[in-house]
Design a protein. Structure first.
Length: 70
């Protein structure tokens, strides 16, 4: 799922830049809408990447290791 958010983020970066230069290139009527749409999409996808990222592996504590060895 995080791969989808990464693609969305990577799509919205150039779309934001193009929308600031000329909003007609991204199909929007003005710069304000381009910044709101693609800037918001970037922010949401960036936060979603953090939530959807896989958790790092947890190390086994010394106490649990000792209990397993008994």
């Amino acid at each position: 799922m995080s791969g989808l958010f990464v693609l969305t983020f990577m799509f919205s970066m150039p779309a934001l830049c193009l929308g600031v230069v000329n909003p007609k290139w991204v199909g929007l009527p003005n710069r304000k809408r381009a910044i709101a749409l693609y800037g918001g999409l970037m922010a949401v996808s960036f936060v979603s990447i953090g939530f959807a990222a896989p958790k790092p592996p947890q190390s086994v504590s010394a106490e649990l290791q000792a209990a397993i060895e008994r």
